[in-house]
Design a protein around this ligand. Structure first.
Ligand code: DGY
Length: 321
């Protein structure tokens, strides 16, 4: 029997891929840093049985319409806003993502971003590297406390919960907002379910962990930033487009909020001339929430396990529903 033909849209380590070559006929886009060009992706997806995709690949109607061979798309991310899920379902293409394996790693980075923004860690490091460190002075690079402050988590999924767990270790008071209440989480983490407007008014740290959907697009807009405390620090480690970046910029420049920590942007990558990069009170990262060697390898293996299971007639481990 012929092995299923699978195209991987980015160069992944051969040491991870090799064991799967016994079961799959794997072809890989050779570049690690640059996404596969659209025309190559369209051409390949019309020929292959399975795709292993990155969040930089648009798996949209155009692509799905022109393939009759494609059975499964395994996305190397927990988010799947790059895929037209409804149309994939219509075309009976199975879609999988990578939840769980990246939860703690992404929560670590999110909390690190919060700490960096609150305690001005990046700014302080750059200050030392520029040779500007003079005599000790009482308010030199003074930031804001984290412990015993209010953290408001918007989107209490797996990663939101893991962020709350870290916040509890810092004796923070945890507020959360989510589509549905989770009584178990509330008890376990002493977290209080709070309406969105109340949460953003009461939080010292507003942390966005919501997936990008039509409902969450630009949910952090001018009105939302205006409701926040002037000492509030806004953290986003979910998807850039949940924030209206122009409104965030204005809120920061007008001191309506105190700072921001951003791992994601509406249009990635951003250039060095992006307005938010010009502000000292903003810490910016290049979408590295789940970027540890261990976790990225676990994510790759989960994608490949899903593809193998599918072609072996077994249930995939992490279907997108
Ligand atoms: C995800 O998994 O959705 C992350 O944003 C990619 O690391």
């Amino acid at each position: 029997m012929q092995k299923p033909y699978v195209f991987i849209t980015r160069a992944l380590p051969e040491s991870v891929i090799a064991p799967y070559r016994k079961q799959l006929n794997i072809e890989m886009w050779p570049e690690e840093e640059k996404p596969v060009p659209r025309e190559v992706l369209l051409e390949k997806s019309a020929q292959v049985d399975g795709l292993l995709t990155m969040l930089t690949d648009d798996i949209d109607q155009e692509l799905l319409k022109q393939t009759n061979t494609l059975n499964i798309v395994a996305n190397l991310a927990v988010g799947y806003d790059n895929i037209d899920i409804t149309y994939a379902e219509e075309k009976q293409v199975v879609v999988t993502n990578t939840p769980d394996v990246l939860t703690d790693t992404t929560a670590d980075l999110t909390f690190g971003l919060l700490m960096a923004a609150a305690r001005r860690i990046v700014e302080a490091s750059e200050f030392v590297k520029r040779g500007e460190w003079g005599p000790w002075s009482p308010l030199l690079l003074a930031g804001s406390d984290i412990h015993h402050k209010n953290i408001g988590i918007v989107g209490m999924g797996r990663i939101g919960e893991a962020v709350a767990k870290r916040a509890k270790g810092f004796d923070m008071n945890i507020l959360y907002h989510n589509r549905s209440r989770n009584k178990e989480t509330e008890e376990k983490l002493e977290a209080s379910f709070t309406e969105f407007h109340e949460l953003i008014e009461q939080s010292d740290f507003v942390v966005s962990m919501v997936p990008l959907t039509p409902e969450t697009h630009h949910m952090f807009d001018q009105a939302a930033f205006q409701r926040m405390k002037s000492e509030a620090i806004f953290i986003n480690a979910s998807r850039g487009a949940v924030v209206d970046e122009q409104s965030l910029y204005e809120a920061l420049v007008n001191n309506e909020i105190a700072g921001a920590g951003l791992d994601v942007f509406e249009k990635e990558p951003i250039g060095a001339d992006h307005p938010l990069l010009q502000l000292n009170q903003v810490v910016c990262l290049p979408h590295i929430g789940s970027a540890t060697r261990e976790t990225r390898i676990n994510m790759m293996e989960l994608c490949l396990d899903n593809i193998c299971r599918f072609f072996n007639g077994k249930n995939v481990l992490t279907p997108v529903k």
